[in-house]
Design a protein around this ligand. Structure first.
Ligand code: SF4
Ligand code: SF4
Length: 350
């Protein structure tokens, strides 16, 4: 059984004393175990400026200062997403308030501004023969994942496991992993509105009056926008694709676990829980009221606890599942089966 710590915003008012909360978790012990001067990565996701619900800079700063206060050398770190340009992302970091001026700590792109700086790790996994991790991760003694827990149309939810799997690999490798994001068109739902054609960044979609929507797979970069924005849910991820993607995610998460061993910590932020991950440029209504912050050394336990807590607040697990009609337990159970952690947790409310 794994301990999961909850800092709940229950009641009308509470001081935002995240330091006292983190002191009760295993994070201080983990930081003390790494040698003085060792680099600690606070793994964040650079928010998309088209989304306004990302983790507030003040929360990031408080967590960063807490780790710094324990004597560690902390850096914020992320990798480029498939459509990102390095220089544009560095500007975005300032734009959204994730800058050096805010945090008094550097922000690094682990795969460099080119997205091609990686270390190849041969894993011979079930789905991937190798993994390309951003080189900066090689140098870090401890990784703390700070994740905005949200829904996700392709995997059911976005949390610590998906953060680990999708956002530590180099940009060029993301394209290989996401090549399994294959959509099928349900002609009976499509009314040929043309929105998918409009939002596709690489003009990979065409509509023919007789045969309907067609995706040119040689052009598609697997961003998923067409599926996300289709008003009729006519572009759906194939179940076989989802299974393969989850298999790849688990291979990547296991790679990190093998490299870092116990030197990993996970914090899920359950505030502004929206249906989509915040690195996508969409705004949306919140799924639930603001709940608080959940932390653990176990990525499976922290995600399962987050899912349970949110589900309880919104009327049950089936309600959460129905947001995208995708079972969020699929990835959690796959991670548990691969011994990344356990769904059996002990919730400690601080
Ligand atoms: S957005 Fe959806 S409904 Fe509109 S044309 Fe594309 S697939 Fe059809
Ligand atoms: S996933 Fe859809 S929107 Fe994205 S590149 Fe492929 S066809 Fe275009």
């Amino acid at each position: 059984m794994s301990d999961v710590y909850l800092y709940s915003f229950k009641g009308k008012f509470r001081l935002f004393d995240i330091e006292s909360f983190l002191l009760k978790t295993e994070l201080p012990q983990l930081v003390e175990q790494v040698a003085e001067g060792t680099r600690v990565g606070l793994k964040v996701i650079v928010p998309n400026p088209g989304n306004i619900t990302y983790i507030r800079p003040l929360i990031v700063k408080k967590i960063l200062d807490f780790i710094k206060g324990l004597g560690a050398l902390v850096e914020l770190v992320d990798t480029l997403d498939i459509m990102d340009e390095g220089l544009e992302v560095m500007k975005r970091v300032n734009h959204v308030g994730y800058s050096f001026q805010t945090f008094d700590a550097p922000f690094l792109l682990a795969d460099h501004i080119t997205g091609t700086d990686y270390k190849e790790i041969i894993i011979n996994g079930d789905y991937l023969p190798y993994v390309h991790l951003g080189t900066e991760f090689e140098e870090m003694g401890l990784l703390v994942f700070l994740t905005h827990f949200t829904g996700d149309p392709f995997y059911g939810y976005f949390g610590s496991i998906t953060h680990m799997a999708l956002r530590c690999i180099a940009k060029e490798f993301k394209n290989k992993v996401l090549a399994d994001l294959v959509f099928e068109v349900d002609g009976s739902r499509c009314d040929k509105c043309g929105l998918c054609v409009e939002v596709c960044p690489v003009n990979a979609i065409s509509i023919n009056e007789d045969s309907g929507v067609k995706i040119d797979t040689s052009k598609c970069i697997h961003c998923g926008y067409c599926s996300l924005l289709c008003p009729n849910k006519a572009l759906v991820l194939k179940n076989s694709s989802r299974r393969r993607l989850i298999g790849k995610f688990i291979d990547i998460a296991k790679t990190l676990k093998n490299i870092y061993g116990e030197r990993l910590f996970y914090i899920n932020v359950l505030l502004d829980v929206i249906p989509y991950p915040d690195y996508l440029p969409f705004v949306s209504r919140n799924i639930s009221e603001n709940i608080g912050i959940v932390a653990s050394r176990d990525p499976v336990a922290v995600d399962k606890a987050s899912l349970d807590i949110i589900s309880q607040r919104i009327g049950g697990f089936e309600k959460f599942k129905s947001i995208h009609n995708v079972d969020p337990m699929e990835i959690i159970l796959a991670a548990e089966k691969s011994k990344l952690g356990t769904t059996n947790y002990n919730l400690i409310e601080v």
